[in-house]
Design a binder for this molecule. Sequence first.
Ligand SMILES: Cc1cc2nc3c(=O)[nH]c(=O)nc-3n(C[C@H](O)[C@H](O)[C@H](O)COP(=O)(O)OP(=O)(O)OC[C@H]3O[C@@H](n4cnc5c(N)ncnc54)[C@H](O)[C@@H]3O)c2cc1C
Length: 524
Amino acid sequence: MSEFDAIFVGAGHNSLACAAHLALKGWKTGIFERNAAIGGAVQTREFTLPGFRHDFGAMNLSLFAGSAFHRKYANELNRKGLEFAPVADCFASAFPDGRWFGVSSDLEKTAARMAAFSAADAATWRRLVAAFPAEAEHLFRLLGSPMTARALAGTAWNLWRKKGVSGALDTGRLLLSSPRAWLEENFESPYVRATLATWGMHLDFAPDIAGGAVFPYLESMANQSFGMVLGKGGADTIIRALSGMVTSAGGTIVTGADVAEITITAGKATGVRLASGETHTATKAVIAGVAPSALTGKLLPNGSGDAGFDSAMRKFRHAPGTMMIHLALDDLPDWRAGAELRQFAYVHLSPSLDAMSRTYQQAMAGMLPDEPVLVVGQPTAIDPTRAPAGKHVLWVQVRMLPAEILGDAAGKIAPAHWDKVKDNYAERVLDIIESYAAGLRNKILGRAVFSPIDLERENPNLVGGDQVCGSHHLAQNFLFRPARGFAGWNTPVAHLHLTGAATWPGAGTGAASGYMLAQQLGGR
Ligand SMILES: Cc1cc2nc3c(=O)[nH]c(=O)nc-3n(C[C@H](O)[C@H](O)[C@H](O)COP(=O)(O)OP(=O)(O)OC[C@H]3O[C@@H](n4cnc5c(N)ncnc54)[C@H](O)[C@@H]3O)c2cc1C
């Protein structure tokens, strides 16, 4: 048995960032991770063949690069080996008729491509990009602040002071809009609309869901203004750097340590019991980087003592699932729409707003979508170190999928457990990519397929393959993430805190929930 100031359940990047900050403040920190490897959704492994390094989950590290944690600790992270691979050609969409549109950090390139679809859209794009710094100040402040009355009032005051009442209301309206509403108001080309709308599908914002507009807006404007960032050699560069910070500051990281229970004494969290039976105590905090349902379903067998909180944790809503297909390739896909697509970090295959809405609806109804949204990541186009010379990896994210299969929208695959269905469904995905890039199958040297259920097996936070650990719809975001009254990483149990994607400000590699909690506990 060891005694710590703070014990962390799970070694996701939020827990690591939180532990690093606290350890540097002199706290004795212990991180217990059930898997053999740390990093959770941010890992890079040779899933297919030796020398081919695949990002298990997150590939785009722009949120980490732009985070408050990185701003504060860039030197320490760099000393621990953090290296980014900057991306100039960020994201593009290929369309069934052979056309394509893409956003590169060179404004003239993006605007010229957009003008080929609509001169009016290109003019709008330039106007939005010029206005972005002033808008981003408020949005990033909101997304980077705790959900306290004081912080919200400060953000609102600053917004009102800088933009006046009408400007502030415009920002509020953007936050409430659906992707379709914002896109149709601003752009006339269906190609441009579809390209941008796909960013909503990285979360669970199908085009018609309120609160989703801000994701296409922020991603497209940020990619245009700053480019994108991948990890040099793999996304796990952030995990190695964070764990290096933790251990250099005296923290302990234990792998293969499944936390079975959080121990509570007199209403206060006092430590953990591992599945092995080992126990460890924490004098100041137990910080759980887990899905809310795991708290009440596993870690607190007798509940938190607050029936309302326990019920909210049980009812926490997850987003539809994801399948990941990792390919080792002889060469990048030959995109029919144009060879320039080979240099983009992401090629989206999601032809229209209506197709995306249909896909989302099919997944929500338990159906295998006939035309899932595909995010085809080409990391080796940017960072060739991830594969042997001249070879490539492809990172294919398949959105959106049901956790439990009730039917097939294409009427071809009989409903069954994902273990039986995943290879068949992967063939559907490859057929779709082939229709945009003929000959892909001939280039495949190795493949690894993770169904939504495989993702959950790898990381129990990805419930049903939900890559964002909880729907980000308005009723479960901001003050309501993960539940009303608990957006401050608090729980009804003294000394017990939640961190990670399920908590404010949600999913992604920005380490924001971990860092904000760390500052709350240990000071700035
Ligand atoms: C397929 C996929 C693609 C993604 N792509 C991107 C992207 O490109 N860019 C981006 O910004 N974000 C992306 N995301 C989202 C982002 O990766 C996650 O939101 C983020 O990494 C979650 O971090 P976290 O700190 O919440 O912990 P997680 O990464 O969820 O890690 C939690 C850890 O806790 C461990 N754990 C859970 N329960 C226990 C227990 N009882 N005992 C011990 N250990 C336990 C788990 O094993 C895991 O290691 C993606 C996610 C996925 C899955």
